[in-house]
Design a protein around this ligand. Structure first.
Ligand code: SAM
Ligand code: DTB
Ligand code: SF4
Length: 330
């Protein structure tokens, strides 16, 4: 990352077009983290208001369409077959169940429906079934997103043909920390799948998890790497680790809330025209901390009572929060 040349002038004023060619060094992103919090949030607000209506919030609802029994060893995940967790395995859901959940999400006000599967990557026969789900959910008038793991040649174009809008595939953490959390696939494999998604003309949703015991420099490196994707992801989920009993990361000390806010601000400043999503971990956050995240530039959330296997604030409670903050769901 340090080999990336310094950008000449990285001011909040530079345009979206310039941002596409600008490169962020890890040191520059780390310098953002080191700003006094008030200055950092002010800067993030300036960028945010240039590119978005600061009172709008995008709502995505998640559904786990295939749960547990995953071959991979991601140290944070309840769905890895390698750890003894409370998550029970479930086969791929039938189409009608998925459509009913998508309709319910739409009725509650979500604009995007994200379907997740606990796979290293999809088999071709599974992909055909997921493609059917995408067609049906799209038919309800929702934006579609899936997260299915690593893709092989040709699979992204099949998803595109089915009408897929977004593919979620997180870089999850800095390349230099990745091996401490996951050994069954490589950080470079993630980048490869993101390339296939882009090439197929699908929008990219990619972010990461913080609070896994990584350093601030690791967090800065993750943000720089996401921002330096060309173009940056349209959607950037920032997850706070949800500690899962039975996984290797179950006992990691929780991250300070302000460090989470700083990460949101760094994502907003470095990826001005991307939706930055305050993702997993919201259930453990006070409303005031969530509001600080919105102030720092988060303009999207996962909305609905469940994430994939763990809880999320109830939709009705979120609606009260939107009222309190004057946020308009989009
Ligand atoms: N199996 C596919 C994959 O790994 O790409 C898709 C599903 S996987 C569960 C999707 C993402 O959920 C992961 O990349 C990770 O960012 C996030 N995630 C999983 N467990 C988490 C946890 N305990 N806390 C926070 N985020 C988590
Ligand atoms: C993302 O970045 N976060 C979501 C979604 N993409 C697939 C998943 C969060 C999972 C949290 C833990 C769980 O519920 O199992
Ligand atoms: Fe499998 Fe995805 Fe969980 Fe990793 S994060 S164990 S690939 S479901």
């Amino acid at each position: 990352m340090n080999a990336i040349p310094q950008a000449a002038a990285l001011t909040p004023e530079h345009t979206a077009a310039a941002a596409r060619t600008a490169r962020w060094t890890v040191a520059e992103v780390e310098a953002l983290y080191q700003l006094p919090l008030m200055d950092l949030i002010f800067r993030a607000q300036q960028v945010h208001r240039k590119h978005f209506d600061a009172n709008e919030i995008q709502l995505s609802t998640l559904l786990s369409v295939k749960t547990g029994g995953c071959s991979e060893d991601c140290g944070y995940c309840s769905q890895s077959a390698r750890y003894k967790t409370e998550t029970e395995r479930e086969d791929l859901l039938p189409l009608d169940e998925v459509v009913a959940a998508a309709q319910a999400a739409k009725d509650k006000g979500a604009s995007r429906f994200c379907m997740g599967a606990a796979w290293r990557g999809p088999k071709d026969k599974d992909l055909a079934k997921v493609s059917e789900m995408i067609r049906a959910v799209k038919g309800l008038g929702l934006q579609t997103c899936v997260t299915l793991g690593m893709l092989k040649d040709g699979q992204a174009s099949e998803l595109k043909e089915a009408g897929l809008d977004y593919y979620n595939h997180n870089l999850d953490t800095d390349a230099s920390f990745y091996g401490q959390v996951i050994t069954t696939h490589k950080h470079a494999d993630r980048i490869d799948t993101l390339g296939q998604v882009r090439e197929a003309g699908i929008k990219v949703c990619s972010g990461g998890i913080i609070g896994m015991g990584e350093s601030r420099r690791n967090r800065a490196a993750l943000i720089a790497q996401l921002a330096n994707l060309n173009p940056p992801p349209e959607s950037v989920p920032i997850n706070n680790l949800v500690p899962i009993p039975g996984t290797p990361l179950a006992e990691v000390a929780p991250l300070d809330g302000f460090e989470f806010v700083r990460t949101i601000a760094a994502a907003r400043i470095t990826m001005p025209s991307s939706f930055v999503r305050l993702s997993a971990g919201r259930q453990a956050m006070a409303e005031e901390l969530q509001a600080l995240c919105f102030l720092a530039g988060a303009n999207s959330i996962f909305y609905g009572d469940k994430l994939l296997t763990t809880g999320n604030p109830e939709a009705d409670r979120d609606q009260v929060l939107f009222e309190k903050l004057g946020l308009r769901p989009i």
